[in-house]
Design a binder for this molecule. Structure first.
Ligand code: P6P
Length: 336
C-alpha cells in the first residue's frame, strides 16, 4: 500500500512483485530513469543562466530545430540507460533510428526496449514554460540477439509494461505506471530524492477544461469543430475553460488532476496529427487508462493501434473518459 512521502526507491522495491516476470530489471530501468530525470532537471532549472538554451544549430529526424537542452536530455537518458545493461534497445524522438544495446554479459539477454521523448515541448524552453520527458517500456518480442524494429519496437500500446513522464514545472514530478495504477513522485532538489506526493492518481470522469491549439480550428475535422463549439456553448456547466500550454505533459498533468481533455486532431497541415504514437501518445494513453481516463485517435483506442513505423504520428484525444467519449460521438455524427 502506497504511503505518502515514501521515496521512489522504497516504492519501487516494495512494488517490484507487481511487475509481471519480475526479475529486478524493470526496477533497475525505473531507477535509471529516476537518476537521469534528476540530472536533466538540474540543467532545465538553470537553462536561462547558462548557454544551453537556444537551438543547437542542428535539426532532428523530424526536421525540427534541435534545442541544446533537447540534445543534452537525449544524451543523458540514453547514456544512463545504456550503461546499466538493462535494455537491448532504445528509440528516441531525437534519434534517426533505434539504438541497439548488446548485453555486456553474453550469457544474459536484456529483455526490455525503451522509447523516449527526452524533452517534449522543447519550443517552450527559451520562454521558461514547463517541458517534459516521456518514456514507454516494452518487453522484447524476439528471444535473443539483436532487437528487430518491426517486432521489438513497433508494438501496440496494450503491450507496454511501463510508461511515465517527468514534468519539469514549478516542481519536478515523475508520474508512472507499471499496469497497477498511476503514482506521482515530487523531487526534493535539495535532497535529490523523489517523494510519493500523489498516490493512486485518478482522472475525473468529467471535467470542464479543454486543451487544443484553436489556431488550427479551420483545419480540424467537422466533429472536432462541433465539439469545440459545444465546449464554448452557454449551457449547463458550460462554457468550459480553455487551457493550452503547448506542452503535452503539462496539459495532461493538469487535466488528470482537475479533469479535462487534450486534443491534437489531424488537419491539412498534419494529415495524421502531430504527436508521435510510440513515445508520446502510447505512454500517455497507458497512464490515462490506468488512471481511469481514456485516449483515442478520435474514435479508436490509442492502445489498440498497431504501429507501422518508428516515428509515425496519430491524432490524439486524451483525458476524462466521458469527455473523450463525447468527442467520439461528435466525430461519428458530424464527420471525422
Ligand atoms: P502546437 C510539443 O512540440 C508538442 O509535441 C506537445 O508537447 C504539444 O502539446 C504540441 O506539440 C504543441 O503543438 O502545434 O500547438 O505548437
Amino acid at each position: 500500500m502506497a504511503k505518502k512521502n515514501q521515496t521512489l526507491g522504497e516504492f519501487i522495491i516494495e512494488n517490484q512483485n507487481d511487475f509481471k516476470y519480475s526479475s529486478g530489471e524493470l526496477s533497475r530501468l525505473l531507477n535509471s530513469i529516476r537518476l537521469a530525470g534528476k540530472v536533466v532537471n538540474h540543467e532545465v532549472n538553470k537553462a536561462g543562466l547558462v548557454d544551453i538554451t537556444g537551438a543547437a544549430g542542428d535539426t532532428n529526424i523530424q526536421g525540427e530545430d534541435q534545442q541544446k537542452l533537447d540534445v543534452y536530455a537525449n544524451d543523458v537518458f540514453i547514456e544512463t540507460i545504456r550503461n546499466r545493461n538493462i535494455v537491448c534497445g532504445i528509440a528516441s524522438e531525437e534519434e534517426d533510428d533505434f539504438i541497439i544495446i548488446n548485453s555486456q554479459d553474453n550469457n544474459h539477454q536484456n529483455k526490455y526496449v525503451v522509447l523516449i521523448d527526452p524533452l517534449d515541448g522543447s519550443s517552450n524552453i527559451d520562454v521558461n514554460v514547463s517541458v517534459g520527458t516521456i518514456f514507454s517500456v516494452f518487453r522484447r518480442v524476439t528471444e535473443v540477439g539483436t532487437p528487430v524494429e518491426m517486432k521489438d519496437f513497433l508494438q501496440s500500446g496494450d503491450q507496454q509494461v511501463a510508461a511515465g513522464y517527468i514534468v519539469y514545472g514549478t516542481s519536478t514530478m515523475l508520474v508512472y505506471t507499471t499496469g497497477n495504477g498511476v503514482n506521482g513522485f515530487t523531487l526534493n532538489p535539495a535532497l535529490g530524492s523523489w517523494y510519493l506526493s500523489h498516490p493512486n492518481m485518478k482522472f475525473p470522469e468529467d471535467g470542464n477544461i479543454y486543451s487544443v491549439n484553436e489556431g488550427n480550428y479551420l483545419d480540424f475535422p467537422a466533429g472536432i469543430k462541433m465539439y469545440i463549439k459545444y465546449c464554448q456553448a452557454e449551457e449547463g456547466n458550460r462554457p468550459y475553460t480553455s487551457r493550452y500550454i503547448g506542452s503535452l505533459v503539462s496539459d495532461f498533468h493538469r487535466n488528470m488532476i482537475k479533469g479535462g481533455i487534450y486534443m491534437y486532431p489531424k488537419g491539412s497541415k498534419n494529415p495524421k496529427g502531430k504527436l508521435r504514437l510510440l513515445y508520446e501518445c502510447s505512454p500517455m494513453a497507458f497512464l490515462a487508462e490506468q488512471a481511469g481516463g481514456l485516449a483515442t485517435d478520435g474514435t479508436k483506442r490509442i492502445m489498440e493501434i498497431e504501429p507501422t513505423e518508428l516515428h509515425e504520428r496519430v491524432p490524439f484525444i486524451c483525458g476524462s473518459k466521458n469527455m473523450v467519449k463525447k468527442v467520439a460521438e461528435f466525430m461519428k455524427t458530424f464527420g471525422e
